[in-house]
Design a protein around this ligand. Structure first.
Ligand code: LLP
Length: 903
C-alpha cells in the first residue's frame, strides 16, 4: 500500500537537530530526464508540438485521466504532445500544512493524507499500489517524509526546502499519471520540468521570491525539449516547478502550473496551448457570485491577462505572457465537459471598444499619503515609491493629486500586521501623513478601450450610489476601470454591475451561454407558459414530422391588455404588423383597440382587406416608391415621411393633407446593431435640424405636420429609452407648427431573450412618459409595438430528425432551419429550446440544434442542454411569435414551417 510508505506523520526521534544552514537535511537528488514509461517511437525533431495542461481537479480522478488520455492520443495523431500536470487537488495544501505543523513540532495527519490521495487514485485506476509501476510515486512520497522530518527536527522551514517539498505534489502526480496513462493504453515519457525551465532571480530577491514565486524568462528552444523527449510522441511533465541557476528546485507561485505550461509551449515553439480545467472557460463575472455570468468565447491576450490579474481565478495571471510573446493561441477547455467550446485567447484585442467582464479582488490594502510637500516637488513620486522597491512590495492601482497619492497593494509579504508593511509605513511616514484602509476590494469593469465605452457604462454606475468609493482608476492600457471599495461591498457591487451591464445585452458573438445553463440547470421555461398547458395539443400538431409555428391568441390579447394597463400615458397603440402579419393576430389586436402600423403597401392592403375601412392605419415606409404613398393614402392610411422627396415627386398628394415626419433622434437602441435605427449612419429619419426646412417645403405644397415620429430600434429592455425620445420630440414640437396632434415613439419594446434578462419595466416607462404627456395638452402619445405583442405568444415546433456526434460535438438535427427561423443566424438571437416530448425531464445532453439548410450558419440553438433528444421527439423553440414566420423564406426550396393558431 502506498499509505504504508514513509509519507506519514513525522515521529519524534530524540531532540531537534540544530538548524541546517542550507535549509534542508539532504542534498537534492537530480533526476535524469526520460525516466518512467518510455514513450512510443516515432516523434521526429521537426514535428510541431501542442501543450495540454491539466489542473489539480482534472488529474485527481480516473475520469479526468481518461479525458487526458483521449485528448493526448487524439492530438498525438498529428502532433507531438506535452502534457503538463498540477498536483492532485488538495495535495499542495496538505504539503503546506505538513510543513506548518512540523515547524511547530506538531505531528499532523497531512502527509499520511497525501499518501492516501495518491493510493486511492491508483486503486480507482485499477493499479496495484505496491506494484513496480508505482515505485517512482513511492520514492517521491518518501522524500516528502524526509523533508518534513527535517523541518520537524530543526523547527525551521526555509523557502528553499519548502520549494522542494511542495514540488513533490507535481512530481508524484506525474509519476502516477504515467502509470495510469499506460493502463489506459497511452505510453507517455516522464520528463522533469526542472530540466527545461530555469529561473532568473534578481539579485535583491528575497528567498521567498527566489524559491516560492520565481520568475522564469520565456525562450524558444525546441532543441532543449527534443533532447530530453527523445522520440516520444507524448511526454508528461510537471507544472509549477523549475530550477534556479544554482540547480535548486523553485516554484512559480501558487497556480503557477498555467505559467509553466505557457513557458513550455514557448520553449517548444508549440502550435497551441490548451489549458484544461474544471470550469468551461472565462466568464463575464465569477460564476460563484453571479450564476448568470456568460462564457467568454474569445478574447485577446491583453484583456485575458487583465481578467486573470483582476480576480478571474481560471488562469494564473503571468501565464499569458509567454504565449502572447510567441504568438501561441491559448484555449481554455473543460475536463469534465470536453464537448464544450471553452474560451479562445489569441491575437490582439479587436479595435472595437467593448465591456467584457466585471471582476472583484478582495483582501487588498489601500494606502494614502497626503502632504503639501508634494506641490511642485520634482521627484516626489520617486521618493514615495523607493521604499516599495526596497521592500519588494508591488503596487497595483495608483491615483495622484497635487497633495496626495493613493495606491493599492494586493500581495503584501507578511500581511498588514507583518514586519515588511510596518517598515513600509515607517518609511512613508517620513514623507507625510499615511492612511490605510484594509481590507478593501477592487471592483473592475474590464474590456478594451474602456474610455470609449463610458456612454454604455454610464447607466450601470448607479450601482455605486450610496456606496463609498475610495479610489477610481483607469488602467493606462485602457483595459479596466477600477473602483476601490470596502471589502464587504465587493460582492453586491459585482452582482449589480454585472446585471446592469450584461443582463440586457443582446447578442454578442464573443459571449456564450450563462454559467447556469452550461452547468445544465434547467432552462427557465420560455416566458409564456401557455405551451405547457397545451403540451398535448402541440405534440399532436407536430405528430406528422413537420415543423409548425403555433400562436396562442390568448397570450396576444393578454400582452395587448398589459400594455394598455401599464401605459395610460400612451393614448393609442398601433401594432407593427411586420412582426407577425397573420390575419388572426391582426384580428385579435384590432379587437383590442390597436391600430396597425404598416411599412409597405402590401401590409397596408393586407390590413385593409382583413380589418375593413374603419381600422386606423399608419404608413411608415422607408425609401419606398412614391406610388406606394399614393395607394396607401387612397386606402386611408396616415402618411409618415422622412424627407422632402414627396414634395418634389407628388406635391398634389400632399395638398391639404396632414402628414407625420419621422425624425432621426441621433442615437439608436436595440438587441443588435442591425435593428438599431437611429444615428448618423442609419438610413432612417430626418435630422431634427432639417425639420423647419421640411415644414416650409410641406407648407408650400399645402400640407401641415400633424405628427412627429421616431423609432430607436427593436428589442429594447431599458425603460428610459422611450421617455428620452419623448423629451426630444416634445422639444421639437414648436418647430413642427401649430397643427401637431400626436407624437409617435415607435416600437422596440423588448421581451427577455436570454435567461436572466430582466423583463421590460413598463411601470418605469410610464413614470418617465406621464409628465411629458401632461406637459403636452392636445398632443397624444403613440406607440407602435410589434414584438411585445406577439413574441411570447408563438412557438416553433421542430421534430428531431437525427442525433449525431462528430468528434466532440453533438448535433441534434431538426426538420426545419434558418428558412423558418432566421433570427439565430442573422442576429445570433437566442431562443429557448426544450424537448417538448420529454418535458419536464431534466436536460442531460449538451448539443447544437441544427436545421437541414446548406449553410453552416443554419443553427437554431448553440450550446443547449436538452433532455435526451431522439429522432421523432418534438423540440419547442420559444419566443418565436415575432419576426419568425414573417422573415421565413423558401431558401433551398424548403417550405418554411406552416402556421397554426390556437384560439
Ligand atoms: N415601428 C417602426 C417604425 C419599426 O421600424 C419597427 C420595427 C417597429 C415599430 C416595431 O418594433 P418592435 O416593437 O417589434 O421592436 N427583425 C428584427 C426586428 C426588426 C424591427 C424592424 N422595425 C428581429 O427579428 O429582431
Amino acid at each position: 500500500m502506498l499509505t504504508s510508505l514513509r509519507a506519514g506523520p513525522v515521529r519524534k526521534k530524540g531532540g531537534r537537530a540544530r538548524r541546517d544552514g542550507n535549509g534542508g537535511p539532504a542534498a537534492e537528488p537530480r533526476r535524469s530526464a526520460g525516466e518512467g514509461v518510455p514513450g512510443p517511437k516515432g516523434g521526429s525533431v521537426d514535428e510541431p508540438w501542442v501543450v495540454l495542461k491539466f489542473g489539480g481537479t482534472s488529474v485527481a480522478s480516473v475520469a479526468g485521466w481518461r479525458t487526458i488520455a483521449g485528448e493526448a492520443a487524439a492530438r498525438a495523431q498529428e502532433r507531438r504532445v506535452v502534457v503538463v500536470c498540477s498536483a492532485l487537488a488538495g495535495v499542495t495544501d496538505l504539503l503546506e500544512r505538513a510543513v506548518t505543523a512540523a515547524r511547530t513540532g506538531g505531528e499532523g495527519e497531512d502527509l499520511a493524507r497525501v499518501g492516501r490521495v495518491h493510493a486511492d487514485l491508483a486503486a480507482a485506476a485499477g493499479l496495484d499500489p505496491a506494484g513496480p509501476a508505482l515505485e517512482p510515486v513511492r520514492v517521491a512520497l518518501e522524500e516528502a517524509g524526509r523533508l518534513v522530518q527535517g523541518v520537524w527536527l530543526t523547527g525551521e522551514a526555509p523557502p528553499r526546502l519548502v520549494a522542494r517539498l511542495l514540488a513533490i505534489g507535481e512530481l508524484a502526480a506525474t509519476r502516477l499519471g504515467v502509470a495510469i496513462l499506460e493502463s489506459l493504453g497511452l505510453r507517455a515519457r516522464w520528463l522533469d520540468a526542472r530540466d527545461l525551465l530555469r529561473s532568473a532571480p534578481r539579485p535583491l530577491d528575497a528567498d521567498e521570491r527566489r524559491y516560492l514565486a520565481a520568475t522564469v524568462p520565456s525562450e524558444r528552444a525546441p532543441e532543449r525539449l527534443a533532447a530530453v523527449a527523445g522520440d516520444a510522441r507524448v511526454v508528461i511533465t510537471q507544472g509549477f516547478i523549475a530550477r534556479t541557476p544554482e540547480g535548486d528546485t523553485c516554484l512559480l507561485g501558487r497556480g503557477g502550473s498555467d505559467t509553466s505550461a505557457s513557458l513550455l509551449a514557448a520553449l517548444a515553439g508549440a502550435e497551441a496551448l490548451e489549458i484544461w480545467t474544471d470550469v468551461p472557460g472565462l466568464f463575464t463575472a465569477d460564476p460563484r457570485e453571479v450564476p448568470a455570468a456568460r462564457l467568454i468565447r474569445s478574447i485577446g491576450y491583453r484583456e485575458a491577462r487583465e481578467l486573470a490579474s483582476l480576480g478571474a481565478k481560471v488562469l494564473h495571471p503571468p501565464c499569458l505572457d509567454p504565449a502572447a510573446r510567441h504568438g501561441i493561441p491559448v484555449h481554455i477547455r473543460c475536463t469534465p465537459h470536453p464537448e464544450m467550446a471553452g474560451t479562445r485567447i489569441e491575437g490582439e484585442s479587436e479595435a472595437q471598444p467593448a465591456v467584457t467582464a466585471v471582476t472583484c479582488r478582495r483582501g487588498g490594502t489601500l494606502l494614502s499619503l497626503s502632504t503639501v510637500a508634494m506641490w511642485d516637488t520634482p521627484g516626489f513620486l520617486a521618493r514615495f515609491f523607493a521604499p516599495f522597491e526596497e521592500l519588494g512590495i508591488s503596487v497595483d492601482l495608483v491615483g495622484t493629486s497635487e497633495a496626495a497619492i493613493s495606491v493599492t497593494l494586493d500581495s503584501l509579504p507578511g500581511g498588514v500586521e507583518g514586519r515588511v508593511f510596518k517598515r513600509l509605513l515607517a518609511g512613508l511616514g517620513e514623507l507625510g501623513e499615511v492612511r490605510v484602509i484594509h481590507p478593501c476590494a477592487v471592483v473592475s469593469i474590464v474590456g478594451r478601450r474602456i474610455r470609449a465605452t463610458l456612454g454604455e457604462i454610464a447607466p450601470a454606475l448607479t450601482a455605486f450610489q450610496e456606496r463609498p468609493v475610495h479610489l477610481i482608476s483607469n488602467s493606462a492600457e485602457d483595459l479596466n476601470l477600477s473602483f476601490v471599495v470596502d471589502e464587504e461591498e465587493g460582492t453586491p457591487l459585482v452582482r449589480r454591475l454585472h446585471d446592469l451591464l450584461f443582463a440586457a445585452r443582446g447578442d454578442d458573438p464573443r459571449l456564450g451561454p450563462t454559467w447556469e445553463r452550461l452547468r445544465g440547470a434547467p432552462a427557465p421555461a420560455p416566458a409564456a407558459l401557455w405551451w405547457e398547458r397545451r403540451r398535448g395539443d402541440l405534440l399532436a400538431l407536430a405528430g406528422d414530422g413537420r415543423a409548425r409555428y403555433v400562436y396562442d391568441l390568448a397570450t396576444v390579447r393578454e400582452r395587448a391588455r398589459r400594455l394598455r394597463r401599464h401605459l395610460p400615458a400612451v393614448s393609442r397603440f398601433y401594432y407593427s404588423m411586420k412582426a407577425n402579419p397573420h390575419p388572426a393576430i391582426l384580428d385579435a389586436l384590432s379587437a383590442e383597440g390597436f391600430g396597425i402600423e404598416c411599412v409597405s403597401i402590401h401590409e397596408v392592403e393586407a390590413a385593409r382587406d382583413r380589418l375593413g375601412s374603419g381600422a386606423p392605419l399608419l404608413f411608415t415606409p422607408n425609401f419606398c416608391p412614391v406610388d406606394e404613398y399614393r395607394r396607401a393614402a387612397a386606402l386611408g392610411a396616415e402618411l409618415t415621411i422622412d424627407g422632402a422627396q414627396l414634395c418634389e415627386d407628388d406635391p398634389a398628394l400632399l395638398r391639404d393633407r396632414g402628414v407625420a415626419v419621422r425624425l432621426d433622434p441621433g442615437w439608436g437602441a436595440g438587441h443588435h446593431e442591425k435593428v438599431r435605427t437611429g444615428g448618423p449612419g442609419s438610413k432612417f429619419g430626418l435630422p431634427p435640424e432639417e425639420l423647419e426646412g421640411l415644414r416650409a417645403a410641406l407648407e408650400t405644397a399645402g400640407a401641415r405636420i400633424v405628427g412627429l415620429h421616431a423609432h430607436l430600434g427593436s428589442g429594447i429592455l431599458e425603460p428610459g429609452a422611450w421617455p428620452a425620445l419623448a423629451r426630444l420630440l416634445a422639444s421639437l414640437a414648436a418647430k413642427a407648427g401649430g397643427a401637431l396632434r400626436w407624437i409617435d415613439l415607435g416600437g422596440g419594446l423588448g421581451v427577455p431573450e436570454r435567461p436572466g434578462q430582466p423583463e421590460l419595466d413598463l411601470d418605469a416607462v410610464e413614470a418617465g412618459l406621464a409628465p411629458i404627456a401632461a406637459a403636452l395638452p392636445g398632443v397624444e402619445l403613440r406607440l407602435e409595438p410589434g414584438r411585445y405583442a406577439v413574441a411570447e405568444a408563438g412557438v416553433l415546433l421542430v421534430p428531431v430528425t437525427q442525433v449525431r456526434r462528430k468528434a466532440r460535438t453533438v448535433f441534434v438535427g431538426v426538420a426545419t432551419g434558418m428558412n423558418s427561423l432566421i433570427r439565430p443566424a442573422l442576429y445570433g438571437a437566442w431562443h429557448p429550446i426544450v424537448n417538448l416530448t420529454r418535458h419536464p425531464a431534466a436536460p442531460d445532453l449538451f448539443a447544437q440544434v441544427v436545421g437541414p439548410i446548406c449553410e453552416s450558419g443554419d443553427v437554431l440553438g448553440r450550446d443547449r442542454w436538452l433532455a435526451s433528444p431522439a429522432p421523432g421527439d418534438v423540440l419547442l423553440i420559444g419566443n418565436a411569435g415575432a419576426y419568425g414566420h414573417a422573415m421565413a423564406s423558401h431558401y433551398n426550396l424548403r417550405p418554411p414551417a406552416e402556421e397554426v393558431v390556437l384560439s
